[in-house]
Write a protein that binds this ligand. Structure first.
Ligand code: GZL
Length: 321
């Protein structure tokens, strides 16, 4: 009896020591995060990449990073490679809303949690991702629409709007359009006379605005650009066409990057709706919570505001991107 008890105690002690060692090792093992970025299409995206990389370093998380050059197939390839490497967590900013189920099913089967950052996906199964950290683009569009309503409240119209859309099929493009339309649909003086994608790039915005200026000229009252890069391109095109952006043409833009706010301070953008790219710290906190087995909300919305032209100059010195 005594021998058996001693053997049992020895076995219990051994199990406890192994468990503690494993736990200790688990605590020491660095978290590996695979991040599939959209690309480097805009100042916003560059700032977002800097935020993710610096936050991973500060958090002691090993970051595997890929740039998809705005191509969905490249993002899918990157996610597959992270699955093959058995990373602890996968995070990505989906370049477009649709077409993600197959690869996210593979991540789920591999028991690798997925975090969406910045942009949303169109998926029936909400369990394909743990959480989405990013802006409410629909509300951003509503903010742009409400600003236009206030700006033109004493004007009987017509107010003709040309729209520079972001990447076709992307959540920010879909929702910044939908948010605007939600606000102006009941006010017949507002009319979107043309809408075309500039793919969130400066060159794209300039090219589309050159065509709009040629076709519509002085009929244009408002340029509604889905991001600052396209707005800055459009400003170049308008000035080359002899138009005065911010004066005879009202310019509404999104992101509130330094470039956009500098243009606003120079009187060329009338309002810049903030969309923060500084998602890195929130992402790393969330990754640590997921690895530790803690619950996280299915949606984490970033807090944002609106910068009319008259405040741009005073906020510029404090802007981080
Ligand atoms: C918005 C982000 C958009 C920015 C653009 O969260 O996805 O993509 O508005 C960027 O500047 O290219």
């Amino acid at each position: 009896m005594r021998r058996t008890l001693r053997q049992a105690l020895q076995a219990l002690l051994a199990v406890t020591l192994v468990g503690a060692a494993a736990a200790g090792h688990a605590e020491d093992k660095k978290i590996v995060l695979g991040f599939a970025q959209v690309g480097a299409e805009s100042a916003w995206r560059t700032a977002n990449t800097v935020s993710v990389k610096s936050a991973a370093k500060d958090a002691g998380i090993t970051l595997k990073f890929s740039d998809a050059q705005q191509k969905q197939e490249n993002q899918i390839k990157a996610i597959r490679s992270y699955i093959a490497q058995k990373v602890d967590v996968i995070a990505f900013s989906p370049v477009v809303e649709s077409g993600w189920e197959p690869v996210l099913e593979e991540a789920k089967r591999a028991h690798i949690p997925v975090v969406l950052t910045d942009r949303m996906i169109d998926a029936k199964d909400p369990s394909l991702y743990v959480t989405m950290i990013g802006s409410d683009f629909l509300e951003e569009g509503r903010r742009g629409g409400r600003w236009l309503e206030e700006h033109y409240k004493d004007d009987k119209g017509p107010i003709n709007i040309v729209e520079l859309q972001g990447t076709v099929g992307s959540a920010p493009a879909n929702d910044r359009h939908a948010g605007l339309m939600e606000i102006i649909k009941n006010d017949p003086k507002f009319k979107v006379i043309a809408s075309q994608s500039g793919d969130f790039t400066l060159a794209g915005g300039k090219q589309v605005m050159e065509a709009f200026a040629k076709t519509y000229g002085k009929q244009i009252n408002v340029v509604y650009a889905h991001n600052d890069d396209m707005a800055l391109g459009a400003i170049q095109a308008m000035e080359e066409a002899g138009m005065k952006p911010g004066k005879d043409v009202t310019v509404v833009s999104f992101d509130a990057t330094k470039g956009g706010l500098q243009a606003a301070a120079a009187g060329k953008i009338n309002v810049d709706v903030e969309c923060s790219p500084l998602l890195g710290p929130q992402l790393m906190d969330t990754v640590k919570k997921i690895v530790a087995g803690e619950q996280v909300p299915h949606r984490i919305v970033t807090n944002e505001t609106v910068f009319p032209m008259n405040v741009a100059a005073q906020v510029l010195p404090t802007r981080k991107y």
